[in-house]
Design a protein around this ligand. Structure first.
Ligand code: NDP
Length: 310
């Protein structure tokens, strides 16, 4: 229903009869015509909910391009016997790299310093001194695949790590906080890497930002919906926190003016996994899930809501 890379469409065309909703001028008519015979879908940023599923009565599998599948009602798919797959692991290092880059860019103001030089201001006087990573403690909201990869990197930077999630993990040396607010009080960097969806909507709100404090830096590479953007814009404007580095927004590609006005924040257009290498690996995993499924070998990477029992 939305454009995908040529790697995906060309591979799918080799294996299957491919119907391209992304090329259809009238998507409703397209769904009316081909919906009843569709057995598999490759999806990216598409709301797969009961309304769409009703129009795809033969659907067996929805293969999502991305590890986050908050646009898919996986529980509804599960109830209908529709398998859902995502693309874990192959993007973990790329997103962790970007998250650490975003943290450095935010604390050391790298984009602002670059703009300063290009504007010829260095000829007048040196750039003002910036904040630092030294002496900071990092709290990770969501110590999953990407969260662990971020922690691994930041340990090498010499920073202490804490984490919050629903469960304490026995195989990591980092401090666990059952309460997000308590972790925010104890840290001055908050890295957000938990899944989007109703359960995590706005969990980083005014109180968490206040707890992070005036030296606090928020980095969000998860989903925009986890952060209350109005509260964040206010916290940036009045100095409740020091700064923010954001790769994701609640209503992409729209970014609130109130955030764009914050010159000291670093804002990226959802590029966490956006390298040729990693996007190709993700595309290949979408194709592999579909081909494996239709060869009768089950999915390669099913999501938790639709486990595979061979
Ligand atoms: P994982 O499933 O491996 O990790 C998710 C972590 O979040 C787990 O540690 C889980 O711990 C925690 N978590 C889940 N629900 C909650 C909750 N309600 N409250 C607190 N913590 C919670 O996922 P990945 O690390 O592979 O990916 C994380 C997210 O990153 C994706 O869902 C996606 O949205 C985002 N992402 C963004 C990208 C970008 O381009 N910016 C690219 C790729 C991913 P526990 O179960 O103990 O709560």
């Amino acid at each position: 229903m939305r454009p995908m890379s040529p790697l995906v469409t060309e591979s799918l065309e080799r294996h299957f009869t491919l119907h391209r909703g992304d090329l259809a001028e009238d998507k409703e008519r397209f769904l009316d015509e081909v919906g009843p015979k569709i057995r598999g879908m490759a999806v990216s940023h598409v709301h797969v909910n009961d309304a769409l599923l009703d129009r795809l009565p033969k659907l067996e599998i929805a293969a999502n391009f991305g590890v986050g599948y908050d646009t898919i009602d996986a529980a509804a798919c599960g109830r209908r016997g529709v398998m859902v797959t995502n693309t874990p692991d192959v993007l973990t290092d790329e997103v962790a790299d970007l998250a650490v880059g975003l943290l450095l860019a935010t604390v050391r103001q790298i984009p602002q310093v670059d703009r300063y030089l290009r504007q010829g201001k260095w000829l007048e006087k040196p750039y003002p001194l910036t904040g630092t990573l030294r002496g900071r403690k990092v709290g990770i909201l969501g110590l999953g695949r990407i969260g662990r990869a971020i922690a691994h990197r930041l340990v090498a930077f010499g920073l202490p790590i804490a984490y919050h999630g629903r469960t304490k993990q026995s195989d990591v040396p980092y401090e666990y906080f059952p309460s997000l607010i308590e972790m925010a009080k104890a840290c001055d960097v908050l890295m957000v890497v938990a899944p989007g969806g109703p359960e995590t909507k706005n969990i980083v709100g005014r109180e968490v930002l206040q707890a992070l404090g005036s030296e606090g830096v928020l980095v969000n590479v998860a989903r925009g919906t986890l952060v209350d953007e109005d509260a964040l814009a206010a916290a940036l404007a009045d100095g409740t926190i020091q700064s923010a580095g954001l790769d994701v927004f609640a209503e992409e590609p729209k970014v609130p003016d109130a955030l764009i006005r914050q010159e000291h924040a670093v804002l990226l257009p959802h590029v966490g996994s956006a390298s040729h290498h990693t996007r190709n690996a993700m595309g290949q995993l979408v194709v592999d899930n579909l081909t494996s499924w239709f060869q009768g070998n089950g999915p390669v990477t099913p999501v938790a809501e639709t486990p595979w029992k061979a």
